[in-house]
Design a protein. Sequence first.
Length: 92
Amino acid sequence: MSDTETNPVASLAGAADAPVQKLAEELYCERLVEARTMAPEDKLLAGEELFDYACAITLAGIRDQFPGLNDEECLRILEERLALREQMEQRG
């Protein structure tokens, strides 16, 4: 496996200065060690928090892309995108 497959932070090389890259790698390693020591129920909760965070960021992007939409319309687009992602995963 390449570095970018085992460590997603490695893909930042060239896009950031060396000190920033080093800090990113250190933070990634700390998070990895922390995740490996978590209890299964804590991992489940962390996964839910991460999903909620990702949805909030995606909603912010949708609002930026379509500034005239109300919250209900933005949520509908988010649901469509999640459904599309699920279809893509099922197709492989």
